[in-house]
Design a protein around this ligand. Structure first.
Ligand code: HEC
Length: 109
């Protein structure tokens, strides 16, 4: 029993080291994911835009306007608050981001 103790300790230490490495890898991987600018799928964003932004007015209302990113972000945020009040929930952050990118690529052109 006494002789097994150092072995048990060694296994424990190895285990702890292995877990530390695995955890560091997971942290590094998720960091890298956040760092990379997520490319927006504009085809999917178009569908989201047409779905969400046609509920209260024609999509031509935003499509006819030209705004910069900050302009679209604030408009989409305001629309999301109307959506929250009238449709029972806000437009999700991901959908807002996608819609902003879609409008930047097509609106007012
Ligand atoms: C819940 C109803 C509702 C939804 C959904 C909605 N809108 Fe609107 N929208 C309005 C109302 C009401 C106005 C007029 C008042 C105003 O401009 O704040 C408006 C006006 C606008 C205008 C003209 C004013 C401006 O700031 O240029 C734009 C552009 C616009 N909406 C874009 C959008 C986009 C993009 C979406 C999708 C994310 C959207 N709307 C979804 C209700 C809505």
């Amino acid at each position: 029993m006494k002789r097994l103790f150092p072995l048990g300790l060694a296994i424990l230490v190895l285990f702890a080291v292995a877990i530390t490495f695995v955890t560091m890898d997971i942290v590094r991987a998720s960091d890298a994911k956040e760092m990379a600018a997520e490319p927006v799928d504009l085809e999917a964003a178009k569908v989201t835009f047409e779905d969400v932004c046609s509920k209260c007015h024609a999509t031509s209302r935003p499509l006819g306007k030209k705004k910069d990113q900050a302009g679209w972000e604030s408009t989409v945020l305001r629309m999301s608050s109307y959506h929250e009040r009238q449709m029972g929930g806000p437009v999700s952050d991901d959908d807002q981001k996608a819609i902003v990118q879609y409008l930047l690529s097509v609106a007012g052109k």
